[in-house]
Design a protein around this ligand. Structure first.
Ligand code: F0G
Length: 459
């Protein structure tokens, strides 16, 4: 039997879900042009599209919403959040923004010049997008272990430090605007980065005098993996590990919608560089709003400052990582290939292995996601070739390194029985995988097509 770590909370408010029949789901997905993002939430039973902003807030956070200070300038909720940033991360400066991509929008133009490179263990899509908007080029150098989904390796989120050094030498340090460590590494499967790896990357960044930024969306889940897996860390607190992790970087961008356990919010942190922070502040005003609210309501600042502390709670983190592991264990026993060991926020099913007869240009990840919806009302998303826009010059479809169907688990939202339903749904699909067909795109926009493209099943 797989272990399920019982919830360290109880439920005091519920949100009813609508149960649907397969016929209803067939009609709904056809109407949505086989695009999961076009599907109305009310037609979904278990929504695993993302863990971003889909979290359940605590009673303390809801209470905080009522006392949020809505002053335009100098809100006490802003000071509370700033103090939390100083306390948790050990950074002098914290700037609220409305979400993670807003942090990128404000910070990256302060770091990146046209023609430069941004080097990362893996850029998340919006991160990649904002690097591109600075007319810079994003380069991903994840450790090779991440590419083998079966390989049992504790830190599949790590940067390949040799490749990093070679890249810097080849291009010249002046041409690298920033190094970004995404913790956990979302695109590699929510996989953690070790302290040892961060230390090595920081040494390289210092040696070549390159700014090191942390994409901190899932910093607490990453710290818990370090506690569970890294040598000499089992007796350290999450706070202590977090402090050390952040001490190696110069700044961070954070979507608060993940480990901030809120529905909206984000942060920029700057360790000590006053000039950089002044630039951040002056960019924030026109792009996001005055510096003491940064595009958020006072109540949102309040909820985020409470959520950041709740995310450090070890009982919560053990349950949280335990949920993903539990689901992953059942799936593996049921013969579903996944990125293993499981990451911190999602199950990444290896769609290439489940549907070997569907070529990348017929989108196996998307085919699997659609069938999961039809089978059990569960919504996930493709992280594979369907997500990659065609080459702007040749129009050719690039092939993704991995074809994943991603099923994210929102924080504190679904129960063990929900996870069992998800597992049953995926295992049932395995038995008829041969009969599944691929998809073709009948309409797409020029960029970020996966959000709005229209698809048709192939005969
Ligand atoms: N960085 C990482 C690692 C992320 O996973 C995300 C969002 C962002 C930055 C951007 O943050 O959404 O608040 O603007 N990830 C979500 C996801 C959308 O589904 O993985 P945001």
């Amino acid at each position: 039997m797989s272990d399920y770590i019982a919830e360290p909370f109880r439920i005091k408010m519920v949100e009813p879900l609508r149960m649907t029949t397969r016929e209803e789901r067939e009609a709904a997905i056809e109407k949505a042009n086989y695009n999961m993002f076009a599907l109305p939430g009310k037609d979904v039973y278990i929504d695993l599209l993302t863990d971003s902003g889909t979290n359940a807030m605590s009673d303390a956070q809801w209470a905080g919403m009522m006392i949020g200070d809505e002053s335009y300038a100098g809100s006490s909720s802003y000071y509370k959040l700033r103090d939390a940033v100083q306390d948790i991360f050990g950074y002098r400066y914290g700037q609220p923004v409305h979400q993670g991509r807003a942090a990128e929008k404000v910070l990256f133009p302060c770091l990146l010049k046209e023609g430069q490179y941004s080097v990362s263990n893996t850029h998340f899509d919006t991160t990649r997008g904002h690097v591109g908007l600075c007319k810079a080029t994003p380069i991903d150098l994840v450790t090779k272990e991440a590419l083998d989904t079966e390989k049992d390796y504790p830190f599949k989120g790590n940067m390949d430090v040799d490749k990093l050094e070679n890249f810097i030498r080849e291009k010249g340090a002046d041409n690298i605007g920033v190094i970004i460590m995404t913790i956990t590494n979302n695109s590699a499967g929510g996989q953690p980065v070790s302290l040892a790896n961060m230390r090595q990357v920081a040494a390289v960044a210092r040696q070549y005098d390159i700014v090191l930024n942390i994409d901190a969306a899932r910093f607490a889940e990453n710290a818990m993996f370090i506690k569970q897996r890294e040598k000499d860390c089992e007796d350290r607190s999450i706070q202590d590990i977090t402090r050390e992790m952040f001490s190696y970087a110069d700044c961070f961008t954070m979507s608060g919608k993940k480990d901030g356990i809120v529905n909206i919010g984000g942060l920029i942190g700057v360790k000590e560089d006053e000039d950089l922070f002044t630039k951040v502040q002056s960019m924030t005003v026109p792009l996001e709003g005055f510096v003491t609210y940064g595009g958020l309501a006072g109540r949102d600042l309040e909820a985020l400052s409470i959520g950041l502390y709740e995310a450090l709670d070890e009982d919560y983190l053990e349950y949280r990582l335990g949920q993903i592991r539990y689901l992953g264990d059942i799936l593996r026993k049921g013969g579903i290939p996944i990125q293993y060991p499981t990451g911190g926020h999602a199950i990444f099913v290896d769609a290439r292995k489940v549907l070997p007869h569907i070529p990348f240009y017929e989108f196996p990840g998307q085919a699997l996601v659609i069938e999961t919806y039809l089978e059990g009302g569960v919504r996930g998303c493709d992280i594979g070739s369907y997500m990659l826009d065609p080459d702007p010059e040749t129009g050719e479809q690039p092939e993704a390194e991995m074809e994943f169907a991603r099923f994210c688990i929102p924080r504190r939202v679904y129960t063990q029985a929900h996870l069992d339903h998800i597992a049953r749904t995926l295992i049932a699909i395995k038995d008829k995988a041969d009969s599944l067909k691929g998809y073709r795109i009948v309409w797409q926009p020029k960029v970020l097509r996966h959000f709005t493209a229209k698809l048709q099943p192939l005969e």
